[in-house]
Design a protein around this ligand. Structure first.
Ligand SMILES: Nc1ncnc2c1ncn2[C@@H]1O[C@H](COP(=O)(O)OP(=O)(O)OP(=O)(O)O)[C@@H](O)[C@H]1O
Length: 226
């Protein structure tokens, strides 16, 4: 039987600025363990809004969210911060690395924050992940000395440091050229194929989406295909 990793039930969301604008309408999603799922749809259809809710960063919605069988809706911010660090790996269009720190330190930071392993073990795990993505030779460089493609691979290593139950990405290849976009896609595919990693990725790139296991297509705040 499929193990459901992330489930959204009847999610509705409106912005109030100052008039009420409904943006998401009765969203129902279930993502199974090991699935590589893409979310597509025209600009403004609600992809980022949905991703913020699914990744627990936006709590102002109607409906229910479950991650790893745990009900997330109505939890306090402190609990959510821990769930995010422990269970979700984030990869964004812009990598948000800390430029003044080394690559190794950037990858280690969420691991140190979680405080599950001693510092030496976190370092070992960071180096393992840098090796997996073939960038261990960059470990001691500062983040601002890297190319865009390298930075994105570092961001993926950082997202993986705590063995997240799901990796959530918002346009992770949106800022990359074709070659680097392909490298990042290949890494994602390797993560699902070899490590059974669950991935939920918003993308504008139809070729990227076509090669994922499943496409969730949105239109005007609704899911029209999944
Ligand atoms: N803070 C906000 N206040 C009011 N309206 C918002 C806010 N954020 C987003 N919206 C509106 O919600 C709708 C969905 O926006 P969202 O950013 O989720 O779309 P998207 O599909 O991710 O678009 P894109 O592909 O361009 O990133 C849009 O009409 C947008 O104008």
């Amino acid at each position: 039987m499929n193990e459901v990793i992330l489930q959204a039930r009847h999610i509705n969301k409106s912005f109030h600025d100052p008039v009420t604008v409904p943006v998401l309408h009765d969203i129902n999603i279930a993502v199974n363990k090991g699935e590589f799922v893409s979310v597509v749809g025209k600009s403004g259809c609600g992809k980022s809004t949905l991703l913020y809710i699914l990744s627990t960063m936006d709590t102002d919605y109607e409906g229910e969210l479950f991650i790893d069988q745990e009900r997330i809706t109505n939890k306090k911010e402190k609990q959510l911060a821990r769930i995010r660090n422990e269970k979700i790996g984030f990869v964004f269009q812009f990598h948000y690395l800390l430029n003044e720190f080394s690559v190794l330190k950037n990858v280690m930071l969420p691991g140190l924050k979680l405080n599950r392993y001693a510092e030496k073990e976190v370092e070992h795990r960071a180096i393992e992940r840098l090796k997996m993505l073939h960038i261990d030779q960059l470990a001691l460089k500062n983040a601002n000395q890297l190319s865009g493609g390298e930075k994105q691979r570092v961001a993926i290593c950082r997202a993986l440091i705590n063995d997240p139950i799901i990796v959530i990405g918002d346009e992770p290849t949106g800022n990359l050229d074709k070659k680097n976009g392909q490298i990042v896609f290949d890494i994602f595919q390797q993560l699902t194929a070899e490590y059974n990693q669950t991935l939920l990725i918003v993308t504008h790139d139809q070729t990227f989406a076509d090669h994922t296991n499943r496409i969730i297509e949105m239109e005007d705040g609704k899911i029209i295909r999944q």
